[in-house]
Write a protein that binds this ligand. Structure first.
Ligand SMILES: Nc1ncnc2c1ncn2[C@@H]1O[C@H](COP(=O)(O)OP(=O)(O)OP(=O)(O)O)[C@@H](O)[C@H]1O
Ligand SMILES: [Mg+2]
Length: 182
């Protein structure tokens, strides 16, 4: 098989994610959420880092709501001066369109990364052993290198691949959740 570079993988994976819709996808997303909610690191976490998903990504809104319902604090990334920091969101938070066209919370305060109990990482593709392909900016790699807590990613079947190109700065994810048939 021809080895793809990271850039080509990103194009391929964005296409797959955009075209993977319908009932199978919603069932898969639900099953992945159930797997996460059973994890000890989720159950014990008081502060969870999530993302505000783009339309083609696994929908994180149900996870954000589940966290709030379980009295957890939710933090999401915010990029300032090329650095990623995490800020708390609550059901009262209002949002504005940020420079990249992505919704960003308004009036937020940055939390210290040591106080985050669990980081749920986004990504375009993963291997079952924790290799991750992100969106190409390196923000999560730079953050995770200094983060000692548990990391988890939820991978739809089209996001699980046999192998991925990795550079020395790429950080492994501790647990990749995927459905049985992958
Ligand atoms: N620890 C680091 N120190 C300096 N630069 C880094 C570090 N980690 C990643 N980078 C830079 O980030 C760029 C993008 O990294 P990579 O291609 O792995 O993106 P990614 O993992 O897909 O993105 P992301 O982590 O934002 O989802 C790299 O070209 C590299 O220069
Ligand atoms: Mg990387």
């Amino acid at each position: 098989m021809v080895q793809l570079n990271k850039k080509d993988w990103r194009v391929k994976q964005k296409k797959s994610l955009k075209s993977y819709q319908g009932v199978n996808r919603s069932q898969e997303e639900r099953a992945l959420r159930q797997l996460l909610l059973q994890m000890a690191s989720w159950k014990t976490a008081k502060r969870v880092a999530l993302t505000l998903s783009l339309p083609f990504e696994l929908d994180t809104q149900p996870l954000i709501k589940a966290a709030w319902q379980a009295n957890k604090q939710v933090v999401v990334p915010q990029i300032k001066n090329q650095q990623m920091a995490f800020v708390e969101i609550t059901p009262q938070t209002s949002y504005q369109v940020g420079p990249l066209g992505i919704l960003e919370p308004c009036d937020v305060s940055i939390v210290q990364s040591e106080t985050i109990d669990l980081v749920i990482t986004p990504g375009l593709a993963f291997t079952k052993t924790g290799k991750r392909l992100g969106f190409g900016a390196g923000y999560y790699d730079r953050f995770l290198v200094n983060y000692a807590g548990p990391t988890v990613a939820l991978a739809l079947s089209c996001q699980i691949v046999p192998d991925l190109p990795q550079d020395k700065y790429d950080q492994r994810i501790m647990t990749i959740l995927f459905n049985d048939h992958c």
